[in-house]
Structures are given as C-alpha cells and as structure tokens.
Design a protein around this ligand. Structure first.
Ligand SMILES: NC(=O)c1ccc[n+]([C@@H]2O[C@H](COP(=O)([O-])OP(=O)(O)OC[C@H]3O[C@@H](n4cnc5c(N)ncnc54)[C@H](OP(=O)(O)O)[C@@H]3O)[C@@H](O)[C@H]2O)c1
Length: 342
C-alpha cells in the first residue's frame, strides 16, 4: 500500500467553462482512520454534472467546494484498514464522499452500502445505473413524472445514466419514449439498443421540427435534464396537465445566473403553466430517499435479468479526471462517466 495520497483539489473558480488550471494535483500523507472509521482505497470515481455547480460560489442546494479542498465525488472503494466490526480489509463499499483522491477516511456509518461483486451486478454500477443517477431517474419518474401507459415522454441527455434509465423505465410502463441526444452514435444506441420509439439529435439544424414530428400526440412528461434550446422546443408541444420533473439544466451550468439575450419570456412561461395546468417541479434525488431501498431491490432484479441496460465511459487514471469533467459538460462522454483509479 502506498503511503502517499494523491488528490485533486479545486485551485480556482471557473468563469464559464472550467479549464485544467481550475484544478491542482497534490500529494499528501495517508489519512489515519479513527475509532469507527475505515481507510479506503478508491477504485472508481464517479464524475457527474453537479460537480460543475460545486465549483461555483453562491447559493445552491449544497455548499461549494472550498478553494484548496479536495473535489467532491462518490467512489467505489476497497477497505484497506478497518476500525469497525462490520467491515473487513478487502470489502468493497460505496462511499458517498470518497472524493477525487486515491485514499480517503470515512465513518463506517456514513457509507452508502457494502457491495457484493458476486451478486451479479458489477460494483462500478453503484455509481451509475444502480446508484445515484439511476435512482434520480427512478424517483423523478415515480414521484413527479408519473407517466401512464400510452402517454408520450421526452428526455434529453438520454444516453447518460439518468436519461438512459428514464427511457428504459418509460418503455417498461408502455410509455412512448422520445430520446434526445448529441450525435449519431448516441442516437443509434438509444434507438437500437435501448428501444427508444424516436430519437432526435439536438445538434440538427431542424431539431425543433424533428421533435414536433416525433410527438404527434403532444408531450405528457418532459424529464428535464438540459434546459436551453431543448426546453424551448418542448414548450409549445406540451399537453394540458403535462408533468415536468426538473432534474437538471446542464446547458446552463457553465453560465449560472446569467440571463440569456432577448426579451423577458418569464410572463409568457408563467401564463402557459397556468393555462395548461402544468406541473413543474424541481427535485434533488435525496428528497425521495424513502424510495431508495425499493429502488435497490427492483433495479437489482432488472439488472440481473437484463431488463435494464447501461453503458459506462471509463477514463483511466485520477490525473485525467479534470479533462473528463470538462468533456462531460461538452457532451463528450458516452454513458456513465467513471474514472478507474490505478
Ligand atoms: N436532481 C438530481 O438529483 C440530479 C441527480 C443526478 C443528475 N442530475 C442531472 O441529470 C442530468 C443528466 O445527468 P447524467 O449524470 O445522466 O449526465 P450525462 O448524461 O452522463 O452527461 C451529461 C450530458 O448532457 C448533455 N449535454 C451537455 N451539454 C448540453 C447542452 N448544452 N445541450 C444539450 N445536452 C447537453 C451531453 O449529452 P449529449 O451529447 O447527448 O448532448 C452530456 O453527455 C444533468 O442535468 C444532471 O445535473 C440531477
């Protein structure tokens, strides 16, 4: 076991798109676990869109990462030293605050769960379809989207772990699923491998026209992952009583707080929400944490039975995490973005 902890800290706050200079690689001594704690060696690090928000100062649903602090992130990690009777060396765990570093110390009680590599589900999925992003899709659909058989659902960022799970859960309920993604490869995957009923590339010049043609009966559920021009194209196509779980607005993460150019469209939007009796509800997955045990049970069965499929985009080496996160915000990842630690 190395005696050095390699970690990536936030060096400065980005203005617009993050750059490599916003991050710094550091070496530190190995942390020492106290009573009830474990020393963990991180094996897989999850990279997620929310991390861009943590790099900014200002109000959010979670505090920002401080300058000089280790970047936040969930990890799948191996116990290398344990001061807790329930965990032994070699156990694999899901660590909600493992961070962008090779080792971390955690309270055993703060770990999400122990992972069983022999249970028929790959441990890395605990960071994707069988973890926070998959649960986000499950909870947002269950509690807010509430699609009914025969209705039409639209979701963007559809090849990522949230969107791809939304598409497949919708199909399991006989809902017509229209998927939006960037580029031919992602679109092909959604149509041919995940069974989306229609697929549209948001980079196409006639994107809004294609979307209109793909939803002849209008839109009953719009699972909002993106915002921006996708939301603009969706708005005129919504049916009365449509539900919009507002999960993310990744198109705006690099310019949070900025107003777009053009006239103020807020009064028209409010009027549409009223006139069409729309449900627009923002949520953070942990709002629905009561559903988590049910999610783990059901998703575990679906994954083992091959009813839910997933795709991972694996980057090798902690030092490549900054570029990978920058790429995610530009749509360069294809599937759940993970860093495999050396
Ligand atoms: N509320 C919650 O609790 C919660 C929890 C987890 C995730 N989320 C949100 O869920 C969304 C999806 O997360 P994920 O982990 O599944 O990410 P992801 O899909 O793996 O990665 C983000 C994807 O967003 C798309 N994208 C980026 N910029 C875009 C733009 N300007 N216009 C359209 N699409 C753009 C890209 O795909 P394309 O190439 O297809 O455009 C990119 O690959 C994010 O908004 C995230 O913040 C919310």
């Amino acid at each position: 076991m190395s005696q050095i902890n390699t970690r990536i800290v936030l060096a400065s706050r980005p203005h617009g798109e993050p750059t490599a200079e916003n991050f710094r690689v550091e070496q530190a001594p190995l942390p020492v676990p106290g009573p009830g704690q474990v020393l963990l060696r991180n094996r897989w690090l999850s990279l997620d869109p929310y991390m861009r928000g943590r790099m900014d100062e200002g109000p959010s649903y979670s505090p920002p990462v401080a300058i000089g602090a280790v970047m936040e992130g969930r990890t799948v990690a191996e116990v290398v030293e344990s001061n807790h009777t329930g965990l032994a060396d070699g156990d694999l765990v899901l660590a909600p605050a493992g961070g962008w570093q090779s080792y971390t110390v955690a309270d055993a009680s703060a770990l999400d769960r122990k992972l069983d590599p022999a249970a028929g589900v790959a441990p890395s999925t605990a960071l994707g379809v069988y973890g926070m992003p998959g649960f986000t899709a499950y909870a947002g659909l269950h509690e807010i989207g509430r699609p009914r058989a025969g209705e039409t659902l639209v979701v963007a960022a559809a090849s990522g772990p949230v969107g791809a799970t939304v598409v497949q859960l919708a199909k399991m309920q006989d809902v017509r699923a229209v998927a939006i993604a960037g580029g031919q490869e992602k679109c092909r995957y959604l149509r041919e491998e995940l069974g989306a009923d229609a697929v549209i590339d948001h980079r196409a010049d006639d994107f809004a026209e294609q979307l209109r043609a793909a939803v002849p009966d209008g839109i009953d559920v719009y699972f909002e992952n993106v915002g921006g021009k996708v939301f603009d194209a969706v708005l005129p196509l919504l049916n009365d009583f449509a539900r919009i779980p507002v999960c993310g607005t990744i198109a705006t993460y690099n310019r949070r707080g900025e107003l777009p150019p053009g006239p103020d469209r807020l009064p028209a939007l409010m009027n549409q929400i009223l006139r069409q009796r729309l449900t627009v509800r923002g949520f953070i997955q942990r709002d629905f944490i009561k559903l988590y045990p049910q999610f783990l049970r059901e998703m575990g069965e679906w994954l083992r039975a091959g009813r839910i499929r997933y795709r991972e985009d694996v980057v090798e080496g902690l030092q490549n995490a900054p570029q990978a996160l920058i790429g995610l915000l530009q749509g360069r990842n294809f599937g759940k973005l993970l860093v495999k630690l050396d």
